[in-house]
Write a protein that binds this ligand. Structure first.
Ligand code: NAD
Ligand code: UDP
Ligand code: UDP
Length: 311
């Protein structure tokens, strides 16, 4: 049994991670400022004596005693991370410094939830870990992309300079139950719109692609990465290599919901990546991991969740 800190633990991915860690018998400290997360996501864990919840903003120092840290605190959807962009960069950068300072002091292993956004709007397709990316440093997505890139830099400098035991994962678009219904991400938007019979909002022509990973698959990959030997730092891509256009996603959601919603085309947001798909050969060989849940099955679970959540 380990004492494990999960920052951003009341969020979408964090809540699933806390659940899995408790099920494995660990002592879990969940830290969150509830910017995009909610107590509802973890309410079912309150009765477990091994679960502890703390309201805290990671841009401020945190003094606790733990042996492992999963650093997930950061708004993840464009609508939320662009709401207060300065705070987004602070959360990634000051948050990383504080959590790395903590890891250094207590000699904890620390895993950073980085993102496929470090590849920006990529000219290399699909994206392997060796690709350095193509990121606009001054655009509206930069607070998130550059914040996450700087956090990766900090992780590798703490590793080189202080021998901190780091792990860096690059998460590709992940979806599933407990996504925030209003967070503006494509899977939650399309499902909510289809369930309500509202127009499906396609940004641009809908020909841009993404690769969607079901949350249970992602969490399994995160846990396996955390358990790798010291010195295996990553970065490692975690995502589902199945690639879909937004039009294909819309069609699939409409069919599964049985909805008659119409497609409505809106302007493409600035710097929106045209394509995204992970190379996962490193995760396959090092973690013996690959996603198991097909998009159709994951969408069914997510639709069932939203059907309940919206009533
Ligand atoms: P989310 O918004 O549901 O979760 C983020 C959590 O962090 C929320 O609970 C939020 O309240 C909390 N938080 C934000 N700022 C904070 C701060 N300053 N101090 C403390 N807590 C703070 O998003 P998610 O999808 O669960 O993402 C979790 C992590 O995974 C994020 O770091 C995100 O960048 C990364 N990620 C997610 C995806 C994805 O597709 N979901 C893809 C790539 C990377
Ligand atoms: N820090 C923290 N918790 C700890 C130890 C450090 O939040 O248990 C913070 C501390 O406030 C500092 C940051 O982490 O700002 C970086 O710590 P480090 O020791 O690397 O740097 P220094 O304190 O020398 O600036
Ligand atoms: N998107 C869309 N309609 C929506 C929300 C998003 O067409 O209602 C598009 C968006 O422009 C992007 C893709 O779907 O091309 C994925 O968007 P999301 O915000 O989910 O993730 P990210 O762009 O961060 O990968």
């Amino acid at each position: 049994m380990k004492k494990i800190l999960v920052t951003g633990g009341a969020g979408f991915i964090g809540s699933h991670l806390c659940e899995r860690l408790l099920a494995a018998g660990h002592d879990v400290l969940c830290v969150d400022n509830y910017f995009t997360g909610t107590k509802k996501n973890i309410q079912h864990l309150f009765s477990n004596p091994m679960f502890e919840l703390m309201r805290h903003d990671v841009t401020f120092p945190l003094y606790v005693e733990v042996s492992r840290i999963f650093n997930l605190a950061c708004p993840a959807s464009p609508v939320h991370y662009q709401f207060d962009p300065v705070q987004t960069t602070k959360t990634s950068v000051h948050g990383a410094i504080n959590m790395l300072g903590l890891a250094k002091r207590v000699k904890a292993r620390i895993l950073q939830a980085s993102t496929s956004e470090v590849y920006g709007d990529p000219e290399v397709h699909p994206q392997p870990e060796e690709y350095w990316g193509r990121v606009n440093p001054i655009g509206i997505r930069s607070c998130y992309d550059e914040g996450k890139r700087c956090a990766e830099t900090l992780f590798f400098d703490y590793y080189r300079q202080h021998n901190t035991d780091i792990k860096v994962i690059r998460i590709f678009n992940t979806y599933g139950p407990r996504m925030h219904p209003n967070d503006g991400r494509v899977v939650s938007n399309f499902i909510v719109q289809a369930l309500r019979g509202e127009d499906i909002t396609i940004y641009g022509s809908g020909s841009q692609t993404r690769s969607f990973c079901y949350v249970d698959d992602l969490v399994e990959g995160m846990l396996r990465m955390m358990d790798t030997e010291t010195g295996f730092t990553g970065p490692i891509n975690l995502g589902n290599p199945g690639e879909f256009t937004m039009l294909q996603l819309a069609e699939q959601v409409l069919t599964l919901v049985g909805s008659k919603s119409k497609l409505a085309f809106h302007p493409l947001p600035q710097d929106d990546p045209r394509q995204r798909k992970p190379v996962i050969s490193l995760a396959k060989s090092k973690l013996d991991w690959e996603p198991k849940v097909a998009l159709e099955d994951g969408l069914k679970e997510t639709i069932a969740y939203f059907r309940k959540a919206l009533t």
